[in-house]
Design a protein around this ligand. Structure first.
Ligand code: OAD
Length: 272
């Protein structure tokens, strides 16, 4: 049950202008994707100082190919199994009613798009795309192709030669002679400029920001709420524990996004 004063805050936001959502890994945890820093998360099993950057991955590839095969398999397998949950769908419901103007996400799991969100700004890329490291051309990499990659990788996972051959097949050279790579922002890399600009543009026009399931420690994404706050935007945060940026929130809901967001969406759209 959402308190009346919170609904008033949201309604005031709606009357004043746009609502925007900024999401992190927490919104997808109820879809079966463990959060990066939570229990069972990717960074618990694989050290991000090595596995979240290209030089680190290349060094493991050359020394312990089976570890790379395990990492790629663990990474894509959870994504392939995941389906949008009620939190993703609640955002779609609010967008369809004209309340929510966009979703800015740090997630690479494509679940907002799968749920039906029309305007998704991707700060950290998308695991279902590859991008040429030279000319920046992108191509979609559908589920079937990722499944085929995992199957090929599993055939002879201890052979470096087989691994390199397989990676060459799925991350080939581009016509410009550059090489395709996952269209994901690794640690230390610059965020896609057009997406970051689009995020700031949305925040410039927004009156209420939903901050959902992010630990608020990875910048520049974690800096967006304070940018919005300085412009007078109200912030409603939904997280199952306080985040590093909860001090910015006008209202903090402690709990599961998959329960809280549908309740909010139901309340604010019921008379529309
Ligand atoms: P984190 O894993 O750092 O944080 C997830 C947050 O979601 C935590 O604060 C959890 O408490 C919260 N959470 C978990 N389950 C929840 C639920 N059911 N409902 C509500 N909240 C829940 O994920 P991010 O903040 O997204 O970067 O991480 C930011 C970036 O760090 C990621 O985009 C990724 C990572 O390294 C790149 O890939 C570049």
């Amino acid at each position: 049950m959402i308190k009346n004063e919170v609904l008033t805050l949201i309604r005031k936001g709606i009357n004043k202008g746009k609502l925007v959502a900024l999401t992190g890994a927490g919104i997808s945890s109820e879809s079966g994707i463990p959060t990066f820093r939570g229990k069972g998360g990717l960074w618990e099993k694989y050290n991000p100082a090595i596995y979240a950057n290209i030089p680190g991955l290349i060094s493991v590839l050359l020394t312990r190919p089976e570890r790379i095969v395990n990492f790629i398999t663990d990474f894509y397998q959870v994504l392939l199994k995941a389906k949008p949950n009620p939190a993703h769908l609640a955002l779609v419901q609010m967008e369809k009613k004209g309340i929510l103007s966009s979703v800015i996400t740090q997630n690479i799991d494509n679940l907002h798009q799968e749920a039906g969100s029309g305007r998704v700004i991707e700060l950290h890329g998308n695991a279902y795309r590859i991008r040429c490291g030279r000319c920046e051309k992108t191509c979609n990499m559908g589920r079937e192709r990722i499944e085929a990659l995992l199957k090929d990788l599993g055939i002879n996972k201890f052979s470096r030669r087989h691994l390199l051959k397989t990676l060459n097949k799925y991350f080939p050279h581009c016509n410009c002679r550059g090489r395709f790579r996952p269209d994901i922002v690794f640690f230390g890399e610059i965020l896609p400029e057009d997406q970051l600009k689009a995020a700031y543009d949305e925040l410039d026009k927004c009156s209420l920001l939903f901050l959902i399931g992010t630990s608020g420690i990875v910048y520049p994404a974690a800096g967006l709420p304070s940018y919005a706050k300085e412009k007078g935007t109200k912030i409603i945060e939904i997280n199952n524990e306080p985040s590093a940026i909860s001090y910015l929130s006008d209202q903090l809901f402690l709990g599961r996004a998959g329960e809280i967001l549908p309740a909010i969406a139901e309340d604010v759209t019921k008379d529309m």
